[in-house]
Design a protein around this ligand. Structure first.
Ligand SMILES: [Mg+2]
Length: 161
């Protein structure tokens, strides 16, 4: 449940071809430390907009599911031109409704994020294809450093031979 289906080093690795090869038609993205560094308000990285445009042009559906507060979520949703669900309650809640609104099933969706205990666990619980990315910043909530240590430990012990 805590093992991602794939680990990548940058979002740009998720090309339409990469997604199609795995039968994926949609991408549900985490916000903080996945799309933008935690706590940052802007500016919008040009490369990020280009990557999102390339997915949309290929007919890939994209949305944000985040535990962040509504104000911050809306701020980034508007700037990135994406539907966003705030205060999602990951890992237990938040994915099913968004995936349904995309008109897809969980199996057709990549859930992408930087945290095992919210993004990967939540995505695995609904049966999505989970993708772990390195965090954009080490900043986060006060308990994040402990979480990161646990994550590294889990990734080591569950690594495939
Ligand atoms: Mg995150």
């Amino acid at each position: 449940m805590l093992r991602p289906n794939a680990q990548i080093t940058a979002l740009s690795e998720l090309t339409p071809e990469w997604l199609r090869a795995r039968g994926l038609k949609g991408v549900v993205l985490d916000l903080d430390n996945t799309l933008v560094p935690y706590g940052e308000e802007g500016p919008v990285p040009e490369a990020l907009l280009e990557w999102l445009a390339s997915l949309k042009a290929a007919g890939i559906k994209v949305a944000i599911v985040t535990n962040a507060l509504p104000g911050r979520a809306r701020h980034w949703g508007e700037r990135l031109g994406l539907e966003v669900r705030a205060l999602a309650g990951k890992p237990w809640k938040g994915f099913r409704r968004t995936i349904r609104r995309m008109g897809l099933t969980p199996r057709e969706v990549a859930v992408v994020g930087d945290q095992l205990f919210t993004d990967v666990l939540g995505g695995n619980l609904v049966g999505a294809y989970t993708v772990l990315v390195p965090p954009l910043s080490e900043k986060g909530l006060p308990h994040t450093r402990l979480i990161r240590r646990l994550e590294r430990c889990i990734l080591r012990t569950t690594a495939r031979p």
